[in-house]
Design a protein around this ligand. Sequence first.
Ligand SMILES: *[C@@H]1O[C@H](CO)[C@@H](O)[C@H](O)[C@H]1NC(C)=O
Ligand SMILES: *[C@@H]1O[C@H](CO)[C@@H](O)[C@H](O)[C@H]1NC(C)=O
Ligand SMILES: *[C@@H]1O[C@H](CO)[C@@H](O)[C@H](O)[C@H]1NC(C)=O
Ligand SMILES: *[C@@H]1O[C@H](CO)[C@@H](O)[C@H](O)[C@H]1NC(C)=O
Ligand SMILES: *[C@@H]1O[C@H](CO)[C@@H](O)[C@H](O)[C@H]1NC(C)=O
Ligand SMILES: *[C@@H]1O[C@H](CO)[C@@H](O)[C@H](O)[C@H]1NC(C)=O
Length: 653
Amino acid sequence: MALLGAGSLLLLLLLLLFGQSLGAPRSFSVDYKNNCFRKDGKEFRYISGSILYSRIPRVYWKDRLLKMYMAGLNAIQTYVPWNYHEEFPGRYSFSGDRDVEYFLKLAQDIGLLVILRPGPYICAEWDMGGLPAWLLNKKDIVLRSSDPDYIAAVDKWMGKLLPMMKPYLYQNGGPVITVQVENEYGSYFACDYDYMRHLTKLFRSHLGDEVVLFTTDGATLNFLKCGSIQGLYATVDFGPGTNITAAFEAQRHAEPHGPLVNSEFYTGWLDHWGSPHSVVSSAAVAKSLNHILALGANVNLYVFIGGTNFGYWNGANSPYAAQPTSYDYDAPLTEAGDLTEKYFAIREVIKMYHDIPMGPIPPTTPKYAYGAVPMKKLQTVLDALEKLSFSGPVKSMYPQTFIDLNQAFGYVLYRTTLPVNCSSPTPLSSPMNGVHDRAYVLVDGTAVGIFERDEVLTVNVTGKAGSQLDILVENMGRINYGRNINDFKGLVSNLTLGRDILTSWTMYSLSIDEAVSQGLLGENPPTLIDPPRTAAVTAPAFYGGSFIIPDGIPDLPQDTYVKLPNWRKGQIWINGFNLGRYWPTRGPQVTLFVPTSILSTAAPNNVTVLELEGAPCNSQVCTVEFTDTPILNATVLSGYKQYRRLYAKEDLL
Ligand SMILES: *[C@@H]1O[C@H](CO)[C@@H](O)[C@H](O)[C@H]1NC(C)=O
Ligand SMILES: *[C@@H]1O[C@H](CO)[C@@H](O)[C@H](O)[C@H]1NC(C)=O
Ligand SMILES: *[C@@H]1O[C@H](CO)[C@@H](O)[C@H](O)[C@H]1NC(C)=O
Ligand SMILES: *[C@@H]1O[C@H](CO)[C@@H](O)[C@H](O)[C@H]1NC(C)=O
Ligand SMILES: *[C@@H]1O[C@H](CO)[C@@H](O)[C@H](O)[C@H]1NC(C)=O
Ligand SMILES: *[C@@H]1O[C@H](CO)[C@@H](O)[C@H](O)[C@H]1NC(C)=O
C-alpha cells in the first residue's frame, strides 16, 4: 500500500526510535502482569549497590559512583539519615558533605539510577537508626509509631525533604526510580499499621501518585506481616547462603505478582568492638548473586561501599555492642574505595547477564605512609574543663541525661563529692545499669576505674568525705536496631555509693569538637610527662602533635591510615576533623581511614587525641603512626565476651 510516502515512513520510524526524546513521558512502574519493572514502557531490571554519602567525603563521591557504574550496576541505593540533616530541631543542613542533591546529580550524570530510602528510620548501623536524638526530649515517646509527637516531627522533616527530592524523581527528569517507606518495619515490635498508612499518605502527598513506593523486610512471613502494607510494593532482603527460592516465596506471599526484588543482598557484614571482623567470601557472594540474577530478580547489593563512621555517627546493637568507626563491611569497594577481588568477582557475574561499560575502571587511590608523629600531652580533661564547657555547668539533685542537657553526642562530665569517708574500698555502683555507655571515674583528679554498660556496673573508690568525684561519660553510639532505640545517654539512673544514692550533681556538657577546631587546647605545650603507667587507668587527657606533608614527592597529599600503637581508647582529630573513635585494645579495628581531603600542604597538619584510659607517653616519646595499610581484623582479646557472629537480620533480634 502506498498510503504512506517515504517521508512519512521515515518520520514514523524516527518517532518509534526516538519517541522518548520527542516528548513521550519518562515513566517507571511495576508491571504486575509480566512480573517486572517497566521503564519508559520497556521491561527493566535493576542491579544496584548501596552507598551512603554521609560515610564518604564529598570529594570522593564521584570516584566511588564511577567505580560502581563500571562494575556494571545500573542503579545505586542510598539512605537519607534524618539526624545528619537536622541535628537540632528546625536547623537543616544540606551543604558540603550533606549535599544530598549534589550526590543525586552526580549519580545521574554518571548514568546511575537511584533507589531512595529517606526513612524516616533507616537502621544502617547509624546512630539511632537515623532518628534525631532530640526526639527523646519527650521521654516516653514511642518512636516509629503513631505517637503524635513523633508524627509531628516526621511530618515536618518529610515536608522539608520530600519536596526537595521531588524534582529528582525519574518521571520529573531525575534519577530516582523508586522510594522506600520506612525500613524493615516488620522487625520492629510496634507493628502499627496506622503509622505505615500515615507515611504512605505523607509520601504520596509530597511525591505524587506515580512514583513507585516500596517496603523492605526480612525474607520470612513473620517480618512481612507487620512490614508490608497495601499500596507499598513489598520487597525482601537476604544474604548469601539463604535459600533463595524460599526467600522469594516469602515475597510472593506478600506480593503475588510483580518483580522479584532483594533490596539488601549482603556483600559482607557489620562489625562490633570486641568481636572478630566479619568476612564473607567473594565466592559465596558471586554464587548467590548469580542465582538471584538467573531468576530474573532485581537486586541491590548492601553495601557496595560502606565507608566510615566519622565523628560519633556509628550505631550499636542490643545487648549493647557498639559498631566501630570503620564501616568497611568487607564490601566490594573497601572503606577507602579500593577495588577488591570481590569487586571483580561481582563484575564477572553481572557480565553474564548485562552489557557492562567499556573503558578504564578508576584505579585504587594510592595511600601514603607519612610515618610516626610524636605526640605531647596538652591538658587533662579536668584541667581543660572551663575551655570545654561552652555553656557552663548545670546543677541538679539527681543526674540528668545528655538530652536533658541538650547534648546529642560525645562526652559529659558529671561531678559531685564523696558524702562520706571511704577509707576502705567502697562500691560506687549503677544498680540500674544506667551508665550509657562507658565512664571514666576520678577521685580528686586521679583515675580509679571505668564503668561499662552491661559489663562493669561497680567501681570501688576510696577517699575522704568532700573529695571531688568526677565521672566522664562517653556516648558510644545509639542503638540503631530493635526495640531499644530510645537509647538515652549519660547517667540515665542514679549512682549509689555504698547504700546511698549520690546527689548534688554538677554537669558539664563538653564542646570538645569546637574546642579542638578552635585550637583552644594549646598547640605548643610545655612537655608534660604522664606519671608512669601502671596496669591501672590514667586521667583522660588531650595530646597534640603535627606533621608536614613532605615536599618534592609527586601526587601528595594522599590518603592514609592512622594507628595508635599502645594507646588504649579515645577519639582522634586531624586539623579539627573528627576521624572517629579508636580502641585497639578491644579491636578488631586498628587503623582509621584518613582521607586526603582533610590534609594540608600549606601548613603543618595538627593531630589531636583524646585518650580516655592511658596514653603510652610515660618518660618516652609517644607517637601516632600514619601507614599505607589498613588493619581492621586484629585478633580480639580472648576473655572478652565474644558476640555471636551474625549474618542475618534475624540474628539481631
Ligand atoms: C529451599 O526452599 C525450597 C522452598 O521452600 C525447598 O523446596 C527447598 O528444599 C529448599 N532447599 C534447601 C537446600 O533447603
Ligand atoms: C572523715 O574522717 C575524718 C578523719 O579522718 C573526720 O575528721 C571526719 O569527721 C570524717 N567525716 C565524715 C563525714 O565522716
Ligand atoms: C571492691 O572492694 C571489695 C572489698 O575490698 C572487693 O571484694 C570487690 O571485689 C571490689 N570490687 C571491685 C569491682 O573491684
Ligand atoms: C534518683 O533517685 C531519686 C530518689 O529516690 C528519684 O526520685 C529519682 O527518680 C531517681 N532518678 C533516676 C533517674 O532514677
Ligand atoms: C595547625 O596549627 C597551627 C598552629 O595553630 C596553625 O598555624 C596551622 O594553620 C594549623 N594547620 C592546619 C592545617 O590547620
Ligand atoms: C587480616 O587480613 C589480612 C589481609 O586479608 C590477612 O593477611 C591477615 O591474616 C588477617 N589477620 C587476621 C588476624 O585475621
